[in-house]
Design a protein around this ligand. Structure first.
Ligand code: CP
Length: 340
């Protein structure tokens, strides 16, 4: 079998729709391209129900009994892989774990043959992470199973954005003491995303999700890390001044400064980046009352975010990780049970 290379997959922003569209409900979660706001809000609301399950003495329901979920990670992960596996097991699904490093890919097996081999183990849903943008879309053309994108190159990381939005909504409800229905929790709210926007799949998925729900997104970083194309995106503004980005924001998200960007000459020095773009307790005083500090992780403490701020009372960084479980439970449930 000759396998198309994933590097030949469609580029960012030009991915083809899956070859096999949904029959009864959604088949895949690859990105938010064709998802409607009411579907996205339904996922967040389902996650709230799942969070209740996780407060019980026995944190397990039989909802996905008889289903098999395989995590297919071609790139490193701590949070995403473990929380997907936890989410599947909490619903009684069987879980298979594949890591590229210990697989027959090392012996030259193609990605397509690897997928079709694992398909023989009767997998219902694959959770896929890959360094190449479009890889999960390519896999969706090769299998009848559902695919969830767990991060592909710089293209998308939809479940990270969903858990970010879920955490933001919960924290804002606590701060304001109100539970607004539907998209009202997001409408008119300002989310600032600071750092390496150009290379960030987390930034792209958060822009798509928050703007779809009616929020305003402001992007901030040095010009080399915030490509000008974002200026034309609906609901998005760009600034190179951190204070301007943070002012009035209800949520501020710092992104990891990827060391390889330094090597590529996109930044003159880490010291200069820290001086101009590090998220600190001082700059957060400009944010809206009750504003939350987020980071998708992993963090470089005292580089993109001041360590004291990351551990402080306005930080929801650890809550983001914890909320990954109910949010991913909701995604698995919606795709698997919705298809039945
Ligand atoms: N945020 C995130 O995707 O983390 P991991 O790389 O640890 O999965």
């Amino acid at each position: 079998m000759s396998a198309p290379s994933v590097t030949a997959a469609p580029p960012v922003g030009a991915v083809e729709p899956p070859a096999k569209p949904a029959r009864n409900g959604r088949r895949h979660l690859l990105d938010f391209n064709d998802w409607q706001p009411d579907e996205l809000l339904a996922l967040l609301d389902t996650a709230e129900v799942m969070a209740q399950v996780l407060t019980r003495t026995i944190k397990k329901v039989p909802a996905l009994q008889g289903f098999t979920v395989a995590s297919l990670f071609f790139e490193d992960s701590t949070r995403t892989r473990l929380s997907f596996e936890r989410a599947a097991r909490a619903q009684s699904a069987d879980v298979l774990t594949f890591a590229a490093g210990g697989s027959s890919l090392k012996k030259g097996e193609s990605m397509r043959d690897t997928l079709r081999t694992i398909d023989q183990l009767q997998v219902d849903l694959y959770v896929v992470r890959h360094a190449a943008a479009g890889a999960p879309h390519q896999l969706a053309r090769w299998t009848d199973a559902a695919i969830v994108n767990a991060g592909d190159g710089r293209h998308a990381h939809p479940t990270q954005a969903l858990l970010d939005a879920y955490t933001f909504r919960a924290a804002r409800r606590e701060a304001t003491g109100t539970v607004e229905p539907g998209a009202a929790a997001f409408r008119g709210q300002r989310l600032a995303i600071v750092g390496d926007i150009g290379h960030s799949r987390v930034a792209r998925s958060n822009i798509d999700l928050f703007t779809a729900l009616g929020a305003e997104v402001v992007l901030c970083g040095p010009a080399t890390l915030v490509p000008p194309e974002f200026r034309s995106w609906h609901g998005v503004s760009v600034t190179n001044r951190l204070e301007e980005a943070v002012e009035g924001a209800a949520g501020v998200m710092a992104l990891r400064l990827q060391k390889e960007r330094m090597a590529a000459g996109l930044l003159p020095s880490v010291t200069e980046y820290v001086a101009r773009y590090q998220l600190t307790e001082r700059v957060m005083r400009l944010a809206a009352p009750g504003a939350v500090v987020m980071h998708p992780g992993p963090m470089n403490r005292d580089v993109e975010i001041e360590s004291a701020l990351a551990d402080g009372p306005t930080s929801v960084i650890e809550r983001q990780v914890g909320n990954g479980v109910p949010v991913r439970m909701a995604v698995l449930y919606t795709l698997l049970v919705g298809r039945r």
